[in-house]
Design a protein around this ligand. Structure first.
Ligand code: BTN
Length: 300
């Protein structure tokens, strides 16, 4: 080939770093074992049933946080329905200031930039709309039943497989933009999670023993979101609510709710038409509606 062994080896190492599986045998050469699970724009677009819904799709090899990139783009005037997806994140963000583990090549990290014509108080249920879309996409493309834990967790077999982080910028009477970040553990192995998370987190691979092409799951998610978002705009969250209810893992359960600095024991009774948690504190006669908070413990 007119090239030295050292130069070939260097190229091979480069391919290995990009995720190609390559076996080497002294004196015999190299053998390609597997290609990286790349997400290509053309393939993604060709798999979408609603390609015209999405105005722009950016696929990045790595970034700090797709939410931060999408917020930057929004502030510079990017169009409604822009998707920012990265192969890896160096500073993935979760709710409540936590970090989101974002190793390369195995999972999905994406942010949806939206400019809905709604008032600021109408936008928060978009987190729940996205969770429903995510559940539908997993059920359709993977065949797994997903559970939803208010407000933003998707569970499989009781463990967290995906989380959603929504960030909004608004004027008093109108939403300027909403960025909805989705992290979905697709092919991550147990070793991809820090020790403290191994019993609480899962991935589609861990739940099924099979690996999945991320582009297929991503296309399924973008299609499901386009459908759910249409329902949300025409009917409000109440149009999506039955789909939430079918998967609600909290309804009727005793829980501990953290709301700002307080923690309350009580019973989660469901989610209402505004996407609020219906919650009855232990000992209280009446239920209250909770707009934001976190369930820190689920009992029976
Ligand atoms: C959570 O459950 O705490 C929310 C996790 C959200 C993670 C996603 S990954 C893509 C997007 N970019 C981020 O920095 N965070 C969200």
């Amino acid at each position: 080939m007119g090239t030295s062994r050292a130069a070939v080896w260097k190229r091979i190492e480069g391919l290995r770093r990009r995720g190609y599986g390559i076996e080497g045998a002294r004196g015999a050469g190299y053998r390609l074992l597997g290609r990286p699970d790349a997400i290509g724009l053309e393939e993604l677009r060709s798999r979408l049933s609603h390609p015209s819904f999405w105005n722009d799709v950016l696929l990045l090899p790595a970034t700090d946080s797709t939410n931060s990139r999408a917020v930057d783009l929004a502030e510079r005037g990017a169009a409604h329905a822009t998707v920012v997806c990265a192969d890896a994140q160096t500073a993935g963000r979760g709710r409540m200031g936590r970090t989101w583990e974002s190793p390369p090549g195995v999972n999905l990290y994406l942010s949806l930039l939206l400019r809905p014509s709604v008032e600021p108080h109408e936008a928060p249920p978009l987190t729940l709309v996205t969770a429903v879309a995510l559940a539908q996409a997993i059920e359709l493309s993977v065949g797994l039943q997903a559970g939803l834990k208010w407000p933003n967790d998707l569970l499989i077999d009781g463990r967290k497989a995906a989380g959603i982080l929504a960030e909004m910028s608004s004027d008093p009477d109108r939403v300027r933009h909403v960025v909805i970040g989705v992290g979905l553990n697709v092919n991550a192995d147990r070793s991809a999670f820090p020790e403290g998370l191994r019993d609480k987190a899962t991935s589609l691979f861990l739940a099924t023993g099979r690996t999945f092409r991320r582009v297929e799951v991503l296309a399924s998610l973008l299609d499901a979101f386009a459908r759910c978002y249409g329902t949300f705009l025409s009917k409000g969250f109440k149009g999506v609510l039955p789909e939430w209810k079918r998967r609600d893992v909290l309804a009727g359960k005793r829980v501990v709710l953290r709301c700002r600095d307080a923690k309350w024991r009580g019973t989660a009774l469901g989610v209402d038409e505004e996407g609020h948690l219906v919650f009855r504190r232990a000992g209280a006669a009446r239920a209250e509606r909770i707009a934001s908070g976190e369930i820190v413990k689920v009992g029976r």
